[in-house]
Every structure is written in C-alpha cells, then in structure tokens.
Design a protein around this ligand. Structure first.
Ligand SMILES: Cc1cc2nc3c(=O)[nH]c(=O)nc-3n(C[C@H](O)[C@H](O)[C@H](O)COP(=O)(O)O)c2cc1C
Ligand code: SF4
Length: 438
C-alpha cells in the first residue's frame, strides 16, 4: 500500500463528507453543533428567486449522472401558476458501483433534510418526497429518524422557524428496481404505478408528480445546497473546474487498497485518486475502469491523467456519470465483466421498448456463447450491430447505458474477445449456460 503525498492529500475537499466521522453524526444535536440548519435560517430570510440565482451563480450541476445545471432546472418551475409544486429527491442509487448517496444519508441525513427544505422554499413547494431504494433499510431508518427530529425542532411542518413557510416531507421506500432511478419512472412509481419511463415532453418541470411542476434532484445535488447558501457561490467555485464547479464524492471500488468515498475538487485524476486510496491491491496492475458506473464507457490505463470532470471525461470518450470509479486489474477479464453488467441490464430492462428489451436479451446470449468457447468472429459484428440499434433508439437512458461497456471493451480489448473465439483463453462458462443461446 502506498502512502499519499501531502500535496495529493491536500486535494481532499471534505464539504459533504465533513461530518461523517463525527460521533453520532446522524443526530440533530451533532448536526446543529457543526453548522447544521444555519443555512436554513439564512435562506428563509432571502427571497426564493435570490436562492435560485445563487444556485445558478454557483454553477452547481446535478450529481445524479447527467450533470444538468441545478439552478436552471429550478428556474424552469412556473411561478404563480396556482398549482402545487413538488420537490422529489432521487435517492434510488442503483447504478452498479455507485456508493455516495447511501453513505451520505446514513452518516449525515440532516444535510439532505436541510437541503430539501431550502430547495423546496426556493421553488415554492409545500410538499417534498425522498424516494429511497427499498433495500437501503438502514439509510431509510436514519433518514426517517432525521425527518422526525426536524419536525420536532420546528424545521419542518407549519410555519417553519416562524417564517410563515410550510413544508411536509415524506420518505418513500421503493421496491428496488434500477429503472425507478430514471426520474419519470420514479414519478410513476411514487404515484403508485409500475415504474416505467414517461414520454417527454412534457417534462417534469411542468408535468411531474401528479401532473404538477416538479423538480427531481439527486441526493448529492440537494445536500450541496446548504454549504452553498452558507459559503456563497464564489467559495463553491474555488473548487472544481470552470464548467464543473465544487467538490464531488468519488466512490472507488474493486482492486484498490482502500476502497471508499473520497471527496475532492472536480477535475482530480484517477492517478491522484488511486494515490489517496493507497494504490492498487498488491499484485494488481490497473487495466480498465469505469469513470462513472457501469453505464459509462470503460477507460483504460492510458486514461490515468484524464481530469474527472464533466468535460474532461467526455473528451476522453466516456461520461462522468455518478463518479463511481470501479477499478479492474490485469487479473480481471473485460469480456466477463461486460457480460455480468449486461446480465444486470437485461434483468433490469423494464420491457417498454423493443431495442432495449430484445437487444439486451440477445447480447447476453452472444456473450454466453463467446465465454463458453463457442463464439465466432461474426459475433463481434453482431454485438456492434445490436448496440447500434439500441443506442439512441431506446426510450430511456437504460438502453443507451447498456451498450457502453460493450462498445468500449471492443474498442480497447478486442484481443480478449478474439482469445476466447480462437481458443487461446479457456472458457469461463460451461455449455450448460448456452441453453437457448443459438
Ligand atoms: C436507468 C436510469 C437510472 C437512473 N438512476 C438514478 C439514480 O439512482 N439516482 C439519481 O439521482 N439519478 C438517476 N438517474 C438520473 C435521473 O433520471 C435524473 O437525471 C436525476 O435524478 C436528476 O437529478 P440531478 O439533476 O440532481 O442529477 C437515472 C437515469 C437512468 C436513465
Ligand atoms: S430503454 Fe429499457 S428500461 Fe428504458 S424504457 Fe426501454 S425497455 Fe424500459
């Protein structure tokens, strides 16, 4: 294990993670001692439009994967329309490898609750929901407890802190489906329907929850709001890069000495993150990695110095996504890893559209054939052709994301595929997995 140099350690910028190691960090007493709810007091004295402008000025971009500017999204909510407005927090965190929202809600749930109240006040919502992944029982328990503590202290409910502002906050547990992280499927699920994406337009900003104006934001996005209110937009922009401002929680997993969450200025590189995490596990050399979860195209060892911000990763041919960096070594097989991800997408496909439903079904079968030593050269063309028919032709981002590791692994690691097909690599799957594969 390597020890990080002081100059690399200085790249850690704990803002959202700063309370995580405090004793009983999840309790309201600890939170209040460490600046908690000070931003809310400040925000309630401001005009809601000024808060929206502050978030615009900060350059905050959504932490849920697409990086959409948060202030702009809030500004889309029509005002004076006489309809109820809703804030919905996306706490589904289903992207494989992603682990930033659940630890945040477990260690510091009040950071999210405070962010919800400020954001709801800014968009003039009097009801907010946090939609949390059903399996995340522990985080949901902490969150519900925090919400109750906030009600008891007058931060939620009627006439919050005697400001005249009312807000009800509901924590809703989903049933555990990846597609329910897609914002319109999430809204359907919250309304009690089967979680499937909606056709857009109309967008949630005008026709969201119960056909009313709705902002859907990720946990990390909303938890960024209190520090911006307290520290100001200029302070926030001292971290990150010009177009990707602020700190970001990068979650490292896989063949790394110290996996976990590292909050750093956006634009840090994987080389630096690996140093912070003690390097690769002994005996392992970096071979491939995902910059932002399994829906983002794989990168290779040659990309160690790519700045991990929205623009830097895009320029390298991938997507920053959820900053879930999954690290694989020279002892891992990119063909097998891609197959396992495809099994996931096949299983999680909601079935609404043909390219994703059928395409993933067939690609899983082609991979099984290759990994069982019965693949052909034509299979590689079939995979690329299938991806071509899924990408950009699917109803939602799940289908697009499923193709990422297929096309990128074929781009960087075609030889690994050929080694299975031409018999140089021993089959990884038995022929039993091939039932119905041809
Ligand atoms: C299949 C799929 C799954 C998604 N899962 C999540 C998720 O678990 N959490 C999340 O915040 N965003 C997820 N998203 C992105 C959301 O649709 C949406 O862009 C995001 O919640 C917006 O919040 P933000 O602007 O704060 O990033 C997913 C998108 C797709 C296509
Ligand atoms: S792309 Fe997949 S998950 Fe999305 S609507 Fe189509 S079938 Fe459903």
């Amino acid at each position: 294990m390597t020890t990080p140099r002081p100059e690399t350690l200085a790249k850690l910028t704990p803002v959202l993670t700063k309370r995580w190691l405090s004793p009983d960090a999840w309790r309201i007493g600890t939170y209040e001692q460490l600046d908690g709810y000070a931003a809310l007091r400040k925000a309630l004295k401001a005009h809601p439009d000024d808060l929206i402008q502050l978030i615009k000025d900060s350059g905050l971009r959504g932490r849920g994967g697409a990086g959409f500017p948060t202030g702009l999204k809030w500004g889309f909510i029509p005002q004076g329309d006489g309809k109820p407005h809703y804030l919905v927090v996306n706490a589904d965190e289903g992207e494989p490898g992603t682990c930033k929202d659940l630890p945040l809600m477990t260690h510091d749930p009040h950071a999210l609750v405070e962010g919800v109240i400020i954001a709801s006040y800014a968009i003039r919502a009097s009801r907010a929901y946090i939609y949390i992944r059903g399996e995340a029982v522990h985080a949901a328990r902490r969150l519900r407890n925090a919400v109750q503590e906030a009600y008891d202290k007058g931060y939620l409910g009627q006439n919050i802190l005697r400001s005249g502002y009312d807000l009800e906050l509901v924590v809703h547990s989903g049933a555990g489906a990846y597609i329910c992280g897609e914002e319109t499927a999430l809204l359907d699920s919250l309304e009690g329907f089967r979680g499937q994406p909606r056709l857009r337009p109309p967008f949630p900003a005008t026709h969201g929850l119960y056909a009313s104006p709705t902002v859907v934001n990720n946990v990390g996005t909303i938890a960024s709001v209190p520090p911006i209110v307290l520290g100001g937009a200029d302070w926030w922009k001292t971290m990150g890069t010009e177009k990707s401002s602020g700190p970001m929680i990068y979650s490292l997993s896989g063949r790394v000495a110290n996996p976990g969450q590292y909050e750093c200025s956006m634009g840090i590189t994987l080389r630096e993150l690996l140093e912070l995490a003690g390097g690769m596990q002994p005996g392992h050399n970096l071979r491939f990695w995902t910059p932002g979860g399994s829906s983002t195209p794989l990168l290779a060892a040659e990309h160690l110095d790519v700045p991990l911000d929205f623009e830097g990763v895009a320029a390298a041919g991938s997507i920053l996504g959820t900053t879930a960096t999954q690290i694989f070594s020279d002892q891992d097989c990119p063909v097998y890893a891609t197959y396992r991800w495809l099994e996931f997408y096949h299983h999680e496909s909601c079935g609404k559209c043909t390219p994703c439903r059928e395409g993933n079904y067939w690609m899983v079968r082609v991979y099984r054939r290759i990994l069982a030593g019965q693949g052909t050269h034509e299979d590689l063309d079939t995979l690329l052709d299938t991806c071509d028919n899924i990408l950009g032709r699917s109803f939602c981002g799940l289908g697009d994301g499923a193709t990422s590791s297929v096309t990128s692994s074929l781009q960087y690691f075609k030889q690994d595929y050929l080694d299975y097909i031409e018999g140089r690599t021993a089959p990884k799957l038995s022929e039993k997995t091939l039932v119905g594969a041809h």
